[in-house]
Each structure stands twice: as C-alpha cells, then as structure tokens.
Design a protein around this ligand. Structure first.
Ligand SMILES: [Zn+2]
Length: 277
C-alpha cells in the first residue's frame, strides 16, 4: 500500500469536485445528522460509521475520471418498448420520464484518464430502472469493451444493478451472452479489466460481467450476489449466515479480490493502471 500512498496526493488534486446528491436527513448506518458538504468532501462516505451512500452515474464519472477528461460515447443509443410492456405501468412512459429527469440509461460509457492514464470507463446508474441490464446497457458495455480490446486500453467498470431488465424480457437476457463474449475478447486482447462492485450488484449483472474482472474490487458493505437473501431463504428454508452476500462475506468466500473504501479507490486504480500499462 506504500505505492498507493504515493498516488494519493496526486490523484486527489486531479479529481473533480463531486456534485451534490439527494441525501436522507440522517445516516442509515449510524443515525447521525448528515452534512452535505462534509460528506461530499469525503466521497459520500459517512465519517462516523463509513456507510457508503449509493451514487448515480454522474457522480461516479466525476469520482473516477481526471477533471475534464471524460468523453462520453453512444448517448444516442436509446431504449424502446419492443414488447409493449405495460405492467405495472407502460415501460415507454417510465423510460421517457427518466430521460426527462436527466438520466441516460442504466449504463453510461466513454473514455477518460485516471492520474493521466487512459481508460475505457463504464458505470451503471441504479436510478435508471434499478440499474438493470437492458439492450442499450448491453450494447454500450459491449461496444466499449470491443474498443478497449482493439486498442488494448484498460477497462474499468462500476456496477450497481438489480440484474437483467424484465421489461425487455428475453432481449435483456441475450445481453448476458453478448457482454460475456465482449469480456472474453477483452481478456484475449491482454487489456486489463478492473471491476468495481457497489451496493447492490445482483442478478444478470453479477452473473455476466461484474465478477469477471481481472481484479474484482468491492465497496465495504455492498450487497453482492445472484438471487437476494429473501428468495434464497424461501427456497431453501435455511438460516443464512451472518453478513450473507455482503462484500466482506464474498471476500472471505473468494468471490471478490479486495474490499476497498471509496476514498482509496482512485489511488488504487492509479496504481493498478501503472502495473498494467
Ligand atoms: Zn453513519
């Protein structure tokens, strides 16, 4: 970690100031009253109990990319209601409302630098239909990975997803195979793939690409798994162990490689990128 220490000051200077986010009055981890400015300067991690607040794609882009380096791609690839899904409400209406709110699909992707080292970067946005893997999300992920593979550029992914998007049915499920094949091409090219798993990473996203990084990095306390604990308990009638499906539980059981506080993430990525030129 001494080498990471070397990056810390440099990385802190290059990082952009994070935007404000909607916060509860009190921390869900410890109940302390929250101060927006204080939390923002600490990457939205509670200073009292280290609860990691969920972040949208906009904040993740600011958090990972060097200031001014982000170049977003394929923003015009948009979702359409191919199955005429209307339960519990028309899918097309949901998508249009989210687009009007300024969100642009469950995955955003592009290029940037981290401590002046170029990467392809993709981040899920849990605010867009639970960060679900859709046709658009799968297409953006696969295109970015193919570009990273052909240019042998490191690929960094931040996941926050409930799995495949049920409103797109089998077309969403097909994205699992597509992104899995794209990960295979990335691995074959020799370009490193660093996967950051945040709260929550579940279902088809965990099953198709989030756990396939060369190094899988989880945030403290993040819930990570395929099916949630309530459904597993109903199916097995078993008492689940304490901390089941937490990042720390997955680390202890070999499913992730490290659990890293958000404040250490940029210095760690800068270090890893230097190791895999
Ligand atoms: Zn707290």
């Amino acid at each position: 970690m001494a080498i990471i220490e070397r990056h810390r000051e440099e990385v802190a200077i290059q990082g952009a100031e994070l935007p404000e986010i909607l916060l509860p009055t009190n921390c869900p981890g410890c109940g302390i009253a929250l101060e927006q400015e204080e939390l923002r300067s600490h990457n939205y991690v509670c200073l009292n109990c280290a609860h990691h607040f969920r972040l949208g794609a906009d904040v993740w882009i600011q958090l990972i990319a060097d200031s001014g380096s982000w170049q977003e791609r394929w923003t015009d690839v948009r979702s359409h209601d191919l199955l005429n899904w209307t339960v519990p409400k028309p899918y097309q209406e949901t998508v249009e409302r989210l687009l009007e709110d300024g969100l642009n699909e469950a995955v955003r992707t592009g290029t940037c630098t981290v401590a002046n080292q170029p990467i392809w970067f993709a981040t899920f946005d849990f605010g867009f239909v639970g960060g679900t893997l859709s046709i658009v999300a799968g297409e953006r992920l696969a295109r970015g990975m193919e570009q990273a593979a052909s240019s042998r550029t490191p690929y960094v992914l931040v996941s926050a997803s409930g799995g495949a998007r049920m409103q797109e049915g089998v077309l969403a499920l097909m994205q699992l195979a597509k992104v899995n094949a794209a990960v295979g091409r990335l691995h074959s090219s020799g370009a490193p793939f660093f996967s950051v798993l945040t709260d929550p990473t579940f279902g088809g996203t965990a099953a198709s690409l989030a756990l396939l990084g060369d190094i899988n990095i989880a945030e403290p306390g993040a819930a990570i798994g395929f099916t949630g604990p309530r459904v597993i308990k109903q199916a097995t009638y078993a008492d689940l162990p304490p901390g089941f499906q937490s990042a720390e539980f997955q680390l202890a059981h070999g499913q992730v490689d490290m659990v890293v506080p958000r404040t250490e993430l940029r210095p760690l990525l800068a270090h890893l990128l230097e190791m895999y030129p």
